[in-house]
Design a protein around this ligand. Structure first.
Ligand code: ADP
Ligand code: SF4
Length: 690
């Protein structure tokens, strides 16, 4: 396919200081939970992006000194020369595909907790550590400032030796000393580094100059800068940011601009649409002659080309869109726009960093598996035989199993009970704020439809007899799960009294259009993730007074891992939702609910006319159990294996279901070791050397 000439502008080279990016696609720094601990896995993940056409591929944050140790988070590290080889590996792999590599050097000051190094944290002024550890950072002396500049310079020199083309100075996300000195709320100094803007800016200017002096002959020096913190005068505001950009204008070779903190930068699609940062960053280009890169979950080539044409950006920055589809640039370049696997803005990728585990992605099941399983986002081994596979259920698990088996060349029959494909994704994407989630379904259906070897049967609810009659060689049961009505979940192992009332509802009821009668509703959340808060919005919009009750000490606690937490808190308060924490639901009589305090003998009675429970799901595995019970009939039917996967096996994230479907397809008839497995361990591991 040929490239659409409207997108030619995206493939122009861009000069960045002494180096040239081959096009305008720029993978900005992003965490991945692998960092310095899993260098091979990290390098392989970055390599795939370079292969996919990104002109620049960046690391995540890269610590420059043990006094800025962000443990338990796993990022990159250039503390001393011994750290060079692990990052040199990434540079070598990225360069092999014609891309530039960039490193985001940082000292995180009081936002590093030094849990591993046990150094005393540093800050412009005394302050408690940001991440809640009961320790404070001390104010840096002038000697400390000189030392910090020396560490940064040495790390830049190491970065150059590792092979990096672009070296960052980091003043974004509320995460680095250079930014902390800028922030009035962090900097109460009365010396040359505090007070006036000129003084607060001094350190950033010095570090930029140091970096240019140290490595600027061959490396571009980029400044990652937050133009807005949404904190009023205590934070960096657009007005002051404009002054800062004017002051520094052409000192960096590249401006990488975004908004802070991370929860505002990596906004989920529920709280911000593509391009949401433009109002806060588009002006930067007017204040500098140097190239500007910006982000905004860009997946549409039309938006990208427009932003370049309008003079808002020179380079299209992407973290999440490059995670969901490492081949996004190549697909635009080759005119394969429809095959772009668009990011859905769910931030499951972020949850890897937050839970200190390798990155994963809802849309791209190969993310984080490039090295340990040898998975490639675009390629998959061809089929090994003529075997036919029946997939039952077209939710994310069934769709991905079908798509990937189809890509391998197997003959696949996909049977779906409903008239529409998509399962839970179709239902949830109809809820407020979640419309982009539909992309999980749309991308897969779009791939499957043209496959001549895949047949899709809608409106086909299969029973065991049907499955046996079809006579496929292998059967995949991906029939999903349903929410329980009983209130049973983490906190309760027995049903609450009154759970069988007609005025008790589940998320499935609401998503199917069965709503409570008018009156106050008790929304009981023992799930702790996003869904209850979304349903609170639905109920509030329908005019209900909503009482959000949870046994946990906070509402929607797990959403801290997807950076939604603060936005949810604010939204529910704005909607006037009543929040009740540390309470379990004991009884409901149609007019009143009785709650028990988790920490005491206290009870609370709420006058409510209905209850919605969001506690746990049970697998829809009746078909699977029926087939297991008839294992004696498999051979006559030609069936060699029946596998249950996705929510039908163990309800979880959409990402779990996609991964399960993909894994089945990869492992189907695979030889031992083909997916990185060895013995009982299903992937390659990094071992410490003894
Ligand atoms: P997952 O997240 O594991 O993919 P979903 O709940 O999203 O699960 O999707 C399950 C899909 O399976 C739904 O679309 C549902 O209609 C379909 N399904 C359930 N039981 C059957 C069956 N017996 N035959 C065909 N399709 C089924
Ligand atoms: Fe996008 Fe979600 Fe994948 Fe992150 S996990 S890249 S937000 S689709």
């Amino acid at each position: 396919m040929a490239r659409d000439p409207r997108y030619d502008i995206l493939f122009e080279p861009v000069q960045i200081g002494p180096v040239t990016a081959r096009n305008r696609f720029y993978q900005v720094p992003h965490c991945n939970g692998m960092g310095h601990q899993m260098p091979e896995a990290h390098a392989a993940m970055r390599e795939i992006k370079a292969q996919g056409g990104w002109a620049v591929v960046s690391t995540e944050e890269c610590e420059i000194h043990p006094s800025g140790d962000v443990t338990p988070y796993v990022e990159a590290r250039l503390w001393d020369d011994g750290d060079i080889p692990t990052l040199a590996l990434m540079c070598e792999k990225v360069k092999a595909h014609g891309a530039l590599s960039a490193v985001e050097l940082t000292h995180n000051g009081y936002t590093a907790s030094n849990l591993y190094s046990r150094e005393v944290p540093l800050s412009p002024s005394p302050t408690p550590l940001k991440y809640g550890y009961p320790l404070q950072a001390r104010a840096m002396t002038l000697h400390d400032i000189r030392e910090y500049r020396r560490w940064h310079k040495n790390a830049a020199i190491r970065a150059k030796r590792a092979g990096f083309d672009i070296v960052y100075v980091y003043a974004a996300h509320d995460l680095s000393l250079a930014m902390h000195f800028l922030q009035r709320r962090r900097n109460q100094r009365t010396d040359d580094y505090g007070g006036s803007l000129e003084n607060r800016l001094r350190l950033l200017r010095e570090v930029l100059q140091d970096t240019k002096d140290a490595v600027g002959d061959t490396c571009a020096v980029a400044l990652r800068f937050a133009t807005e913190e949404f904190l009023g005068e205590g934070g960096v505001q657009n007005a002051e940011a404009k002054e800062i950009v004017q002051h520094l204008a052409d000192l960096p070779d590249l401006w990488d601009v975004n908004v802070a903190a991370w929860y505002n930068d990596s906004l989920t699609s529920r709280f911000g649409a593509e391009g949401y940062q433009q109002p806060f960053t588009a002006w930067v280009k007017q204040a500098t002659s140097k190239p500007v890169v910006g982000v905004g979950r860009f997946t549409s080539p039309d938006t990208m080309a427009r932003l370049v044409r309008e003079g808002a950006l020179d380079l299209i920055g992407a973290a999440r869109p490059s995670i969901a589809d490492p081949f996004l640039p190549k697909k635009i370049e080759t005119g394969a726009i429809d095959s772009i696997r668009e990011c859905i803005g769910c931030n499951i990728c972020v949850s890897g960093d937050m839970t200190i585990t390798p990155i994963r992605c809802t849309q791209n099941p190969s993310m984080g598996e490039e090295w340990r399983k040898g998975w490639h986002p675009e390629h998959i081994p061809a089929r090994k035989s003529e075997k036919r596979v029946l997939v039952v259920g077209a939710g994310p698990a069934g769709l991905e199993a079908t798509r990937a088996l189809g890509q391998r060349g197997y003959e696949v029959m996909l049977a779906e009970a409903g008239e529409q494909l998509g399962g839970r994704v179709l239902k949830e994407s109809a809820l407020p704020g979640l419309s982009e989630w539909r992309r999980v379904r749309d991308w897969r259906v779009g791939r499957i439809e043209p496959m001549p070897n895949v047949s899709v049967f809608r409106g086909n609810e299969l029973g065991a007899e049907d499955v046996l009659a079809i006579g496929a060689d292998a059967v995949v049961i991906a029939t999903g799960a349903h929410w329980v009505r009983t209130g049973i979940g983490r906190a309760a192992s027995a049903p609450f009294i009154g759970h069988d009332s007609a005025q008790v509802f589940t998320p499935d009821d609401l998503m199917a259009g069965r709503f409570p009668d008018a009156g106050p509703v008790l929304l009981y959340d023992d799930d702790g993730f996003y869904l209850a808060s979304v349903l609170a919005e639905v109920l509030a919009a329908r005019g209900h007074e909503v009482h959000y009750v949870t046994p946990e000490d906070t509402i929607a606690g797990w959403t801290a891992n997807t950076l939604d937490y603060r936005h949810i808190q604010k939204r529910l308060r704005k909607l006037g939702v009543h929040l009740h924490t540390a309470k379990t639901l004991e009884a409901f009589d149609g007019g009143q609910a009785r709650l028990a305090c988790v920490w005491s003998e206290d009870t609370l009675r709420l006058p409510v006319s209905s209850v919605v429970t969001v506690t746990m799901r049970l697998p829809n595995d009746a078909l699977y159990q029926d087939l297991l019970a008839r294992q004696g009939d498999w051979q006559a039917a030609g069936i060699t294996q029946v596998r249950c996967l996705g929510d039908a096996e163990a309800p979880g994230l959409i990402a779990h279901a996609v991964y399960a479907g993909h894994r089945f397809a990869r492992e189907f008839e695979a030889a031992p070791g083909e997916n990185g497995d060895a013995g009982d361990v299903p992937f390659r591991r990094v071992r410490q050397r003894f």
